[in-house]
Design a protein. Structure first.
Length: 531
């Protein structure tokens, strides 16, 4: 199985794409071909976004014809904004019969798209993008920001009062080097005292913590241990690791491994780090496992497959892990527009079969050709119990790992219902844009998938920002740990309640409408194209 990624091949691709459509449409009297020679570059790009969707979008059969949709109305002065509106319009047609709403409806942001997105490859900021929000670390481990995620939590003094907790810190980032850790409380930024009125301060918070423009932030606050701090962070480039913590707990005869994994980055960034963690688990004699995916929005399918193979017992070797299901046109090789995308390898070299240049149209999109099987990795070979910690930020490739393992071992989830993203994609390069449209749905060996509303936890638990990762006083981890030790969730509730009371009242997370200032990639990228 060969791994491929798509890369820029030049602006001529755009015209070839449209010409390919024009030839195919001459037989269709109801849908005359557009005239590329009379169109602007922006109009051609708008055309191509729609024409690709007609052939490769997972729910392509729901889309109208070219004239009805009229993609060129999205060729606006705000080029990127227009294309995002076009993609939004494309995603409104297919309806989930369970709700009557779009599969891609983002309930937290009805004007946004839950899965598909578009990004400008000429963006000078070397970070991954989703919609208009820049993530802290891209899927190759590159960061260019302050290096921390924060959350907003209500307090009892008033309905709009809140507290800013540091949720996570990227390794090697400016925040990490300055000693910022999960559980620190930020009280002022650049001289502005915060916490009195979330509604009035929301825009400022968004600019400081979740935009790509802030270069310096002077922070004051209180460390997790209660001591004050006063420091200044300056945005800079850094190389991060997706493994934020690994450790082993001893509970009687049990050895419980704990892994905090932040994103399914490329194999070159993630695989060696995951292998190191699981080698340590094996050496320690780990019998049970907790995988903390509470802020993991997904990433590369190949990395998710590797983690699945590290966790799975050796007895499942050779059995079906999961399948990817593309639309009927793609399965039947009836998506000729893909002939315009040369198939490139990891070194950006065009692939050939003899003298023939290979394109994405040569790839195999059948279910049989997109069935992945278990191939056990590492020396941790006899796990039977694994608990995943999830929140509404746990998405896509994270959910794929959970779903992959459910038919083959005792899998439990703790925390909040996950994001709900059983679909994935590979990038379509259209002029200077990478367009990620939902292209396939993943299902496990039992044919189970379709978790568009997320994966519900077996035991609800609060993501308590006052505690460090690995602190058994933190509710989510304590609940997972108690289950592995005692074999049930109910027996842990009293202990958790006691711990919370001993350390103060539990902070209340603001409602989604208020705490939706979030960055981070949510997606599942297929970088292995079979042929």
């Amino acid at each position: 199985m060969t791994s491929h990624k798509f890369r820029q091949v030049g602006p001529a691709l755009l015209l070839l794409t449209l010409l390919g459509f024009s030839v195919s449409c001459k037989k269709d009297k109801e849908e005359p071909a557009p005239e590329p020679e009379k169109a602007s570059r922006t109009e051609l790009t708008a055309d191509s976004i729609f024409l690709y969707a007609k052939e490769v979008y997972l729910w392509n059969e729901s889309l109208p014809d070219y004239n009805t949709f009229n993609p060129r109305k999205y060729a606006t002065a705000d080029e990127e904004g227009g294309f995002r509106q076009e993609l939004f319009a494309i995603t409104r047609y297919a309806k989930d019969p369970a709700t009557g709403q779009s599969y891609e409806l983002d309930t937290d942001n009805p004007n946004g798209i839950k899965y598909s997105y578009i990004t400008n490859t000429e963006n000078a900021n070397p970070v991954a993008a989703i919609a208009s929000r820049l993530s802290s670390v891209d899927l190759e481990g590159n960061g260019y920001d302050l290096g921390m995620d924060v959350g907003f939590y209500g307090v009892a003094t008033s309905a709009d009062a809140y507290r800013i907790y540091v949720l996570d810190v990227s390794p090697n980032s400016p925040a990490a080097k300055a000693g910022i850790v999960r559980g620190d409380v930020i009280q002022s930024v650049n001289g502005r005292t915060l916490g009195a009125n979330f509604t009035a301060e929301k825009s400022f918070l968004d600019d400081v913590f979740f935009s790509s423009t802030v270069s310096t932030a002077a922070l004051t606050g209180t460390k997790r241990g209660g001591t004050p701090f006063n420091l200044t962070l300056t945005r800079s480039s850094y190389k991060s690791s997706p493994v934020h913590l690994d450790t082993v707990y001893t509970a009687g005869t049990k050895k419980i491994g704990y892994l905090v994994f932040s994103e399914f980055s490329t194999g070159s960034n993630a695989v060696a780090r995951l292998n190191d963690s699981f080698s340590e688990f094996a050496a320690a004699g780990v019998t049970d496992l907790i995988v903390d995916l509470r802020y993991n929005g997904g990433g590369y399918v190949s990395t998710a497959e590797h983690l699945t193979n590290l966790i799975a017992p050796a007895t499942v070797d050779g059995q079906v892990m999961f399948t990817e299901r593309f639309n009927t046109l793609m399965q039947n090789k009836q998506a000729p527009i893909l002939k315009n995308l040369p198939l490139l390898n990891d070194q950006d070299q065009i692939q050939y079969s003899g003298e023939k240049m290979l394109t994405y149209a040569d790839a195999d999109y059948t279910i049989a050709g997109n069935t992945s099987k278990f191939s056990k990795k590492g020396n941790l070979r006899n796990l039977t119990n694994v608990v995943f910690i999830t929140t509404d930020g746990t998405a896509s490739a994270s959910e794929l790992v959970i779903n992959n393992l459910k038919p083959h071992m005792n899998v439990k989830t703790v925390g909040e219902t996950s994001y709900g993203k059983p679909v994935g994609f590979f990038p379509l390069r259209i002029d200077k844009y990478d367009v990620y449209m939902s292209m396939f749905e993943s299902r496990n060996s039992k044919g189970e998938g379709g978790y568009y509303f997320g994966i519900k936890p077996d035991a609800e638990a609060f993501d308590d920002p006052r505690y460090a990762f690995g602190d058994l006083g933190e509710e989510s981890l304590a609940t997972a740990y108690a289950y592995l030790v005692r074999g049930s969730f109910t027996s842990s509730l009293g202990a958790i309640s006691s711990m919370n009371q001993s350390r103060g009242l539990k902070p209340k997370a603001l409602q989604h409408a208020g705490k939706s200032l979030s960055k981070g990639f949510k997606g599942m990228i297929e970088d292995r194209i079979r042929r």
